[in-house]
Structures are given as structure tokens and as C-alpha cells.
Design a protein. Structure first.
Length: 244
């Protein structure tokens, strides 16, 4: 039976006592999540003041820490414009990275994203094309990098399950309607996360979970760690496969 892809998103801007921020803590949390069943690790780097950063020193340290704790596990590093909004400044920052990740997430609605993706592709770094809205999906299908990405991330932002499911369905339809058959990985945020995950699994797609996306388990109980969320996602994968 085909293995369902499961990615863990360790931190992001989530405020939670279990969110790892230092390179050492990120390495430990990555290992725990991989042992729980994650196939890939998505991560944000933080500076000494606890702020998200694209600075080379911190990003290089995070990638190194995960590689040392989880050899061979694909690492996906954010390039979000919420960290550096100016496209030229963001490109300059990532050009300073000396320890390149296996992948980067690249939100397709952001200014300068095509140039950023092309820079990474030229260096052998895979692209996870982030689609946060139907407009992002339309931008992506018109993009020259659409055929060169590793996968598509369907990431509806609305925490309301009904709205997020509607947007996920529309984004999926836009991508598939354009003949793009790249693997898809779906997730929501907070209240919509598990509903979006379950729909994706029923459709045969991969999923993402972790404290960046959600801080509650499917039954509403507070999650203690990324590993616990990964374990819950694995159970959901098994349940949906059993329902088919």
C-alpha cells in the first residue's frame, strides 16, 4: 500500500511552551517527530531574541542541527515574506545561506517569489509551492516554476472548518484543472487543521501537522508536543485508509 506523506511543522509563530526555537531544541524536536512517524521536517529559524529570521547564521545552524539528529530526513525551511517583506532584502538574506536545506516553502502570492524560487532551483533546492488562497493557486498555475516544484502545499488560512474546506477544494480544483499532477500536501490552521487533513487523506493526498499549524488534538485536547500531533496524524491516516 502506498505510504501517505506526513510532514511536521515544528514551530512558526506559535506561542506554546513546547515550540522549539534554538537550533539544539529544534534538533531534538525534529528527532522526536521523526520517531513518531514524520517523513519530513518543516521549520523556521529564530534569532537570540526569539524572533523569526532568515539570517544565515541561524538558518545554517538549524539545518545542521536537524541533519545531525535526523540523517537523511528532508528538511524544509521557510522563506515567508512575513519575516522579510522586501523581496530584494529577502533574496539577499537567503543568498547568504551556506548550509542549504533540501527544500524551501515558497508562498506563491508573495512579491518576488519567482526569482526566489529560481535562485533555489539553480542550486538544487526543492520547492514546496505554498498556496494560501485560491488567488495563490491561480498565480501558481500561471507561473514559470510550476513544472519545477517538488510538491504543492494546499494551506487554507481560515480557522473555520467550513471555509477552509471550501478553499482547499477550490485550490485543489484549480491546480488539477491546469493539469498539474505534483504531489499535494494539505493542512489548515487551528480549528480547521484536522478537517482539512481528513479531507486530504480521503482524496489521497499527503498532510502536514505540528505546532505551527495546530495546538489541539483531534478530540480538542491540548497537544503537549509536535510528536503527539504526529502520532495523532498517523492514527488519522490509518483510520481513513481503513474507511476506504
Amino acid at each position: 500500500m502506498k505510504v501517505t506523506f506526513l510532514q511536521v511543522a515544528l514551530n512558526g509563530d506559535r506561542r506554546h511552551e513546547a515550540v522549539p526555537k534554538s537550533a539544539e531544541a529544534i534538533g531534538r524536536e525534529a528527532l522526536a517527530s521523526v520517531r513518531a512517524g514524520a517523513h519530513s521536517v518543516h521549520v523556521h529559524a529564530f534569532d537570540a531574541a526569539g524572533r523569526e529570521t532568515l539570517n544565515a547564521a541561524e538558518c545554517d545552524a538549524v539545518v545542521t542541527a536537524i541533519r545531525e539528529s535526523c540523517p537523511g530526513v528532508p528538511i524544509s525551511l521557510t522563506t515567508s515574506a512575513t519575516i522579510i517583506a522586501d523581496p530584494a532584502a529577502r533574496l539577499a538574506a537567503v543568498r547568504g545561506w551556506t548550509v542549504l536545506p533540501d527544500l524551501v516553502t515558497a508562498n506563491q502570492g508573495e512579491d518576488g517569489i519567482t526569482e526566489l524560487c529560481q535562485w533555489f532551483l539553480a542550486r538544487g533546492v526543492g520547492i514546496e509551492a505554498g498556496l494560501l488562497s485560491p488567488d495563490d493557486a491561480r498565480n501558481f498555475v500561471a507561473s514559470p516554476i510550476r513544472a519545477h516544484c517538488r510538491r504543492v502545499l494546499i494551506e487554507p488560512l481560515n480557522p473555520d472548518p467550513a471555509t477552509a474546506l471550501r478553499d482547499a477544494e477550490e485550490m485543489e480544483a484549480i491546480v488539477l484543472g491546469a493539469g498539474i499532477t505534483l504531489p499535494q500536501v494539505h493542512h489548515g490552521y487551528d480549528g480547521s487543521c484536522w478537517a482539512v487533513n481528513r479531507r486530504a487523506l480521503a482524496r489521497g493526498h499527503g498532510i502536514r501537522t505540528g505546532l505551527e499549524d495546530v495546538a489541539a488534538l483531534p478530540d480538542g485536547a491540548a497537544a503537549r508536543s509536535n510528536g503527539q500531533l504526529v502520532e495523532a496524524a498517523r492514527r488519522m491516516i490509518a483510520e481513513v485508509k481503513a474507511e476506504r
